[in-house]
Design a binder for this molecule. Structure first.
Ligand code: NCD
Length: 333
């Protein structure tokens, strides 16, 4: 039988049950990691494995979050962040470069500017006699599945005592057309009953028709608007994003928009529900005023921390160690 590795390529592969399970596991990992004995246990689980972090697009959080997650599980990491330092500069194809990684490492975590590259690599490796799992850590303007997992995890924790994510209203604000985090999270929210999404953006940066068609198909309610202040009081969560202007040159456009209209200012805190939350995948520019950070409804720094735990859970699951961790949790906490 053909061997196939378990990959994480896009959010369409996750169902509701998986989301509940991975969030439960992340909660348990968080708890286990509070003690030295727990940390030592976690670090013993996959200490025979090695991971390659192939990040040829800029990254701070996602890179460090995966690096930390691997460390927590005892996985040894190597990294390529600049293709100029690998043989690609000698004319090797990226496909050959990544295939080489699969011969040294047990896991490839990759961020790449091309939308379908991670998927292509996963398929290519499945056809070799040494397939290793591939995790998509951000693919061009398309998807960022592990960010969507940490966003779901953050929403779930935030709404734990308010009936969970089902039925909540969530606004996405900013460059939604090119923001892969907003795209992935919008797709994943279709897994929850009765949610309503608001897409708040200038028309040039509105959410892509491919995502809207998927929402229609899943019967997930949404509204398209450019009136941010009207949306703020209506929603339970606001997902801010930055202008993704690194794509302007490739797209040959330069749009002059008033980004101020799509930013969260201190005065907006008065409009937001008392138990509403503000999220951001980060990095931010001016979309959220720094004065907002100290408000308890600002969830974006918590999001960063949640990312580490959900990635530990994801990697543990890929290597089928989830059951082992749950057993340890039952016996020791
Ligand atoms: C985002 C990304 O790289 O897509 N950052 C992240 O991974 N947390 C968002 C962005 O760059 O705007």
């Amino acid at each position: 039988m053909k061997k196939e590795a378990l990959h994480c390529i896009d959010v369409q592969q996750f169902n509701h049950n998986f989301l509940e399970e991975i969030c439960d596991l992340a909660d348990k990992i968080r708890e286990i990691s509070r003690t030295k004995a727990g940390m030592e246990y976690l670090a013993s689980i996959l200490n025979h494995k090695r991971a390659m972090l192939y990040f040829v697009q800029p990254s701070t959080r996602t890179f460090l979050s995966f690096y930390s997650a691997c460390q927590m599980l005892g996985i040894k990491c190597a990294e390529v962040r600049d293709p100029k330092t690998s043989s690609e500069i000698k004319g090797e194809s990226e496909e050959d470069t990544v295939r080489t990684f699969s011969l040294y490492f047990d896991l490839i975590i990759m961020r790449h500017p091309r939308a379908n590259f991670a998927e292509k690599i996963a398929n290519l490796l499945n056809d070799t006699d040494h397939p290793v799992p591939v995790i998509n850590a951000g693919s061009g303007k398309d998807q960022h599945p592990t960010q969507a997992l940490l966003d779901i995890y953050t929403l779930r924790r935030s709404f734990l005592h308010r009936g969970g994510i089902a039925g909540k209203q969530i606004a996405f604000v900013g460059d939604l057309r090119r923001g892969r985090t907003a795209r992935s999270l919008a797709l994943l929210l279709t897994q929850f009953q009765g949610v309503k999404l608001y897409f708040v953006a200038p028309s040039e940066y509105q959410m892509g028709q491919d995502i809207l068609s998927f929402l229609d198909h899943q019967k997930t309610a949404y509204e398209i608007t450019d009136d941010f202040e009207k949306v703020i009081p209506a929603v339970d969560a606001i997902y801010m994003t930055r202008l993704q202007d690194e794509w302007d040159r490739e797209e040959g456009i330069s749009v002059d928009i008033d980004i101020e209209r799509f930013s969260f200012q201190k005065r907006h805190l008065d409009l937001l529900k008392a138990d509403g939350i503000i999220m951001h995948p980060l990095p931010r520019r001016q979309e959220i005023a720094v004065e907002v950070d100290s408000d308890p409804r600002a969830a974006y720094w918590r999001q960063v921390r949640n990312g580490m735990y959900i990635r530990v859970a994801l990697i543990a699951g890929i290597f089928q160690r989830d059951k082992k961790i749950l057993d340890y949790y039952l016996a020791n906490t």
